[in-house]
Design a protein. Sequence first.
Length: 477
Amino acid sequence: MGLDSEIVKIAFDHPNIDLADSFKAYDVRGIDEQTLNSDVALAVGFAFVEVTGVDQVLVGGDMRPSSPDYVAAFTRGATAAGADVVDLGLISTDMLYHASGVFNAAGVVFTASHNPAGYNGIKMTRASAVPISVETGLAEIQTLAQTYLDAGYLETDRLGTVTHRDTLSDYARYLRDLVDLSKIRPLTVVVDAGNGMAGRTTPAVLGDQVLPGLPLKIIPLYFELDGTFPNHPANPIEPANLVDLQTAVREYQADIGLAFDGDADRCFVVDERGDPITPSAITAMVAVREIARAKQSGENTPVVIHNLITSRVVPEVVEDAGGRAIETRVGHSFIKAYMAEHGAVFGGEHSAHYYFRDFFNADTGMLAAMHVLAVLSQHDTASSLAAQYTPYVASGEINSQVDDPDAAIAKVLAKFHDVTVSTLDGTTVTAADKSWWFNIRPSNTEPLLRFNAEAADQATMEWLRDTVLALIGPMPG
């Protein structure tokens, strides 16, 4: 680390920004040149180092047009605070987690994940991919950065160094070592990168760009890195954004289709007919593999974490495989905290985030996809595989606009009898015979109630859905 006794004043060009508009519970999300700009990145870089006390920071960005400028500004701020910066260049979010874990260093990636063009953001982590949330330092970073922006400048008498490192091949090799796909049966796989970072990571991990080829024929969709998203938003949780993948899977008679979000930390899967496979089914099938591997290493009852919105097939499958399922609230900070606390081998969410102990308790869509390919290699079709892990019928998440959530929830509870009620996260109501359940959770940011339900058959699910939604009130829009 270099030192310079001369005090240098760094002035901001456009500092008049309220960070409350972009700082969220777990990360930063803002609109370019409105709630987020290079001055914010500069101030956050300085504040990040001061709050965390680190002397080295890993920095990278995704394919959004503003990411390179933000990375440069953050680097300027972090080095001004005295830290040495390792510039990782163009990275996915799970590439940051990999580097943070391997190098045991704090880091940030500039990305807005699945948000549309015109947005950007920052995901931050301490060493070993430990997330930084509002409870664990993000609020302090916000406060300190806002102080600098309000002052219009910051001062420094020290300056860290900047080096560059491309970790793509290391990342690919790390994942290949966790799941050996070299001896699977040949598969044709359509991958929709959505012009996001999977366009860079897929050829490296599943192709032959940096490592020997696998028995996979990859059909690429939208691998060109383009943060303006000219084809469709990189948000595969929306059914409209899966249409191109579904069409291509049928056209090429592929075995399976994969769709990644913008920063490639989530992966959605469709079968050979183009039908979506639920993230709960993916969680269950990957859990079986991870439990088996952990038991082979001597663990008696490996732990798997899942949030309360995932299908109840997940805890059933986990227990049948000899593991122990632990339920948590919705949100990656809760999953990661439980992963660490319980030494869990794996964790999954209904939103297609998948967490692995062997990946520093962090989420990675690519590693989950590799497990799915390994399982599929031992089955005739993806649809038959999915059917084994989809015994129940789910409603999917439905939002209703509600002025008084507490009153709406009380009205719903008054309708149901001979049930059990949990308030772990919102309100979960389960039938006495466990043939159905539903959850209603107030949104943290909007006047909405989020509804999810599951039942043993379609008719029961529809009855449950229609009954509860009629009591809650109108859906927005």
